[in-house]
Design a protein around this ligand. Sequence first.
Ligand code: ISE
Length: 336
Amino acid sequence: MSTLGIAVIGTGKMGADHVRRIGRTVGGARVVALADPDGDRVKEVAGTLDGAAAYTDPAAAIAAPGVDAVLIASPGPAHEEAILAALGRGLPVLCEKPLTPDPAGALRIMEAEQRLGRRLVQVGFMRRYDAEYERLKELLDAGGIGRPLFLHCRHRNAASPSFFTSDMLITDSVVHEVDAARWLLGQEVTAVSVLSPTPSSAAPEGLRDPRLVLLETSGGAVVDVEIFVNCGVGYQVRCEAVGESGSALIGDGHAMVVQAAGRWGGEIPQDFTVRFADAYDRQLRSWVAAAARGRVAGPDAWDGYAASAVSEAGLTAARGGVRTTVELVERPPLYR
Ligand code: ISE
């Protein structure tokens, strides 16, 4: 089988991480084109590869010779245009979350896929490829703890990047828990409430950090998410499911516990690229295998749309201090 030629759009932290991954851990694919508005940065990343063309215009990279599939890791507001350009060429897409900053953009992507009559977009909700999350999903699906009542989720980053806003705590960070909750429970989120304590003094001026986000689901479960993006300690992601007949906890696993010099302890990863490295590898392998057959597997544009709709309700809830219901369109047959 021939090698899948990939165009990578966005060569910041995640894009560069994916480029390394395609070269090292994922077989059957190679990066043939790259785009980033920062011309120096894209040339630098292209310089680490053999024969990849560098562009500042995403459409030019997507149209470059040898491109069979497109990986999008640019900021959320740039996703829709790049996805529509890829769909215009019938190319499979892996797009980092959030699919789009608002549900309207996600609906336009779904309309384009429906015109094509097939799904070509996968959203980078990588928790679905993490071994611990997979085990929890299997347990819940098998009824191992009975009907789920609560998910208690914690999502902490050591520090937020300089461009991070209070809205992004919801649209860029909590969006992972939104997708994980929908997937783990097999239910839609129906309402959102947000509580914001006095910000941590470690948070940059004006950033509402931390926050507590409460999600209600179509099956009557409640999900609470602590999001704290300047916790200072490390990257800490945890999820406890409580059911009618038991509970299960994932995250904070310690691969190795060291006992020395009168103390015991393990390491806390500092970053999502470390904590979810295996999940990112598995996600990309699965996408490459499906894309080579002109298909996508995994979370699709409907999942991206539903998550954006929850984020939008979350922003309304945060601003107004009120519980906000999530309005979803009817799920089109292509996504059932
Ligand atoms: C970032 O974009 C991610 O996707 C990380 O997984 C998340 O932990 C972080 O808060 C986001 O900013």
